[in-house]
Ligand binder design. Sequence first.
Ligand code: NAP
Ligand code: ZN
Ligand code: ZN
Length: 346
Amino acid sequence: MRTVNAYAAPSATEPLVPTTIERRDVGPKDVLIAIRYAGICHSDIHTVRGDWGPITYPQVVGHEIVGEVVEVGSAVTKHAVGDRVGVGCMVNSCRECENCRAGMENYCLAGNTGTYAGTDRDGTITQGGYSTHVVVDEDFVLRVPAALDYAAAAPLLCAGITTYSPLAHWNAGPGKRVAVVGMGGLGHMAVKIAAAMGAEVTVLSRTLAKKDDGLAFGATDYYATDDDATFEALANRFDLIVNTVSAPLDLNLYLRLLRLDGTMVNVGAPPEPLPIQVFSLFNNRRSFAGSSIGSIAETQEMLDFCAEHGIAPETELIGADQINDAYERVLSSDVRYRFVIDTATL
Ligand code: NAP
Ligand code: ZN
Ligand code: ZN
């Protein structure tokens, strides 16, 4: 065991505080990573505030991790000391179920082991990336291509893969009209990735305040959803709508924007149920779907895709003492477009 610096939530209602946590000894298949940067995902906030149900405190969150390998176990073959690597939202899975065998560990039927607030194989609660070091099984560690900026690579490990996976699965590409709802951390990556895939991209944001950014990220159109005329103008238009919004929306309004056989996929994760009128689906034989992060293989594919296409998140680098302020700014949508913690400040 080693004791490392971290930033933890003591409860659902108190600010995060500096602390120390224990990391396990490096087992034969483990790598020890010195974390350099950790992104702040809205899921971190949902989790520590108990939005998705009670958790055990103190809890360290963070699942957008990049750093260097500083030690490897005796049986490790995929990574070496000095490699620049990443860890995303999961650190293990059962490896035996139908979905794991199909290479989709993110959909492990036994539940994948979350990078934080999950139950690890030794029964302890996993602690995430707002810390200086982490020990992870090599199979759940990604290679971060040299072409990617170090700090900017971090948000790809969640915001990048969570948007890349549904865009790839539903064939975003030339000739496809894709709408992205909400342009925050996930949303701005969805715009960049869908545009790089060759799709025609429209942003649906509450206001036009971020329009110049959206167009610079590759969107061709940008509409305000607080203007009712938007829903008239865009009726029956899109092949795919990716909803990244962290709060409940009237989905029926958005479903009506799908053309024949179009799909709306929800990656935003508000805790509340979202009512759907079936008639919104009947017309145009529409589908409503969900999507959860991506597999390890797909995450590697996404990192390589972003390196090849020169895509990177827009980040604001912060010190550990700014984490609580950053949370408030994420909650008020005052982020352009992802906070990344410099772990040297922990
Ligand atoms: P974020 O940076 O806060 O972005 C969310 C965006 O949603 C905001 O920028 C805003 O966009 C819009 N929004 C926020 N509040 C709204 C409201 N009340 N009504 C309408 N629009 C609102 O969050 P994020 O980190 O991108 O995460 C987004 C959601 O995805 C969270 O719920 C998170 O937990 C979830 N998530 C899911 C997965 C998965 O695997 N499915 C993975 C990661 C995250 P505009 O200002 O442009 O309107
Ligand atoms: Zn996340
Ligand atoms: Zn499994």
